[in-house]
Design a protein around this ligand. Structure first.
Ligand code: 13P
Length: 288
């Protein structure tokens, strides 16, 4: 199989005390940059795709076909999972049908009982096709592609109920938020993380909103059971900054400087550098 489920790479990460990066993709350049960096670093990788990004790229089948073909054409040897990020009830089913190798069903905005009932259904469906599945308890704050959460601390008992359903990895709110962190952010709640980690019996935990969390907090979270860290905003900021610099310095005014392959290259290189930096913070270099 070209694309692999994320379960095995995350179980290994949890056992060995590092985390695998989940990097969101938005287009071909993003995907190529992340794959190239992870191959150079010999790091396993999870390519995350939100439903907004799926829509932008014209549909689930386009994304699945593009990523599978790129892994082959680029002769990628590290494990690559294609993972739906914050999947809706309908979107999760579409991703599974289209050939994703992993899904997140995010029912955290439903009342807990309904989240459990729908998660159960999605777990059975994903596992019947050999895919890994992530579910969420306690919504993640901030805003991502129109999904707005209020930044809760998850209830450890609810996390246990969810983990006991047989999910492969668990996303739980521990004060983390998507997007840029505000100046007055209180930091991660390690007390909550520790309780969740102890009660859920060694299941890999997921830290959403990985952009902008200080390195010491990321590494402490990893030591307490986080095995997957999601990064989106920081790659976007790096891409935008490098592209702005290229244009402000007149790069696009040079002969053929307006060619998209040249115009998008500084941003491409900036994403690669960011992925390398994150791999070192997460500890997944040479773990493929
Ligand atoms: P950031 O955009 O804050 O990095 O969060 C990414 C994320 O959690 C995707 O699910």
């Amino acid at each position: 199989m070209v694309l692999v489920p994320a379960k095995d790479m995350l179980v290994k990460a949890r056992e060995e005390g590092y985390a695998v990066g989940h990097f969101n993709i938005n287009n071909l350049e993003w995907t190529k940059a992340i794959l190239e960096a992870c191959e150079e670093a010999k790091s396993p990788v999870i390519l995350g795709v939100s439903e907004g990004a799926v829509k932008y790229m014209t549909g689930f089948r386009t994304v699945a076909a593009m990523v599978a073909a790129m892994v082959e054409e680029m002769k990628i040897t590290v494990p690559v999972a294609l993972h739906l990020d914050h999947g809706s009830y309908e979107g999760t089913q579409k991703a599974i049908a289209a050939g994703f190798s992993s899904v997140m069903f995010d029912g955290s905005h439903y009342p807990f009982e309904e989240n459990i009932a729908k998660s159960k259904e999605m777990i059975a469906l994903a596992h019947s096709k050999g895919l890994s599945i992530e579910c969420e308890v306690g919504s993640i704050g901030g805003e991502e592609d129109g999904v707005i959460g209020s930044g809760e601390l998850a209830d450890p008992n609810e996390c246990k109920t969810m983990a006991d359903l047989g999910i492969d990895f668990l996303a739980a709110g521990i004060g983390n938020i998507h997007g840029k962190y505000p100046e007055n952010w209180a930091g991660l709640s390690f007390e909550t993380l520790e309780k969740i980690s102890n009660i859920t019996g060694g299941i890999p935990l997921v830290l959403h909103g990985g952009s902008g969390i200080p390195t010491d907090q990321i590494q402490k979270a990893i030591s307490l059971g986080v095995s997957k860290v999601n990064v989106n905003t920081e790659c976007q900021l790096a891409f935008a900054e490098a592209t702005r610099k290229y244009i402000e310095e007149g790069g696009d005014q040079k002969p053929k400087g307006f060619d998209p392959r040249k115009l998008l290259n500084p941003g491409f290189e900036a994403i690669k550098a960011m992925v390398h930096e994150k791999i070192d913070i997460f500890g997944s270099r040479n773990k493929a």
